[in-house]
Design a protein around this ligand. Sequence first.
Ligand SMILES: [Zn+2]
Ligand SMILES: [Zn+2]
Length: 178
Amino acid sequence: MGMRSTLPLPSWNIVLTQIIFYFILEDFVFYWGHRILHTKWLYKHVHSVHHEYATPFGLTSEYAHPAEILFLGFATIIGPAVTGPHLVTLWLWMTLRVLETVEAHCGYHFPWSPSNFFPLYGGSDFHDYHHRLLYTKSGNYSSTFTYMDWIFGTDIGYRKLKALKRATVEDNIEQKKH
Ligand SMILES: [Zn+2]
Ligand SMILES: [Zn+2]
């Protein structure tokens, strides 16, 4: 009685389906919003605040111009806004989303992180590359996954660098053999 809620908790099936849907939708909307923020005027006046850190750490994930927080926050809330989840699902989603972005900015790829189980997950390696280069040449605009940048060709620089690093490692191994 009193303040006790009478709404039952949703089943794990519903919670998981909604959260997966939010991650995919967020990534899609974030990708385009983030690309818009990398146009000349918006970058100079808004998004450059977030890019003050070329080598980010966890807290810098939330460090941005207030207009950017409102603008990209839209990507986070659109999923719950269209599906009307249980409050517990909403809390879980917000928590996972913050943890995900903190991990992407923390500068480390942890081998024990649960995110390693997600297919096509970007993580800190992917987003670190985005912070290394300024303005329009950065690429890697997605928040969570890598496929949007792959489809729209905005990860070319990142993939080239990865290939170069792999080749260097293989070269070193070859040289040691001789
Ligand atoms: Zn950016
Ligand atoms: Zn960032």
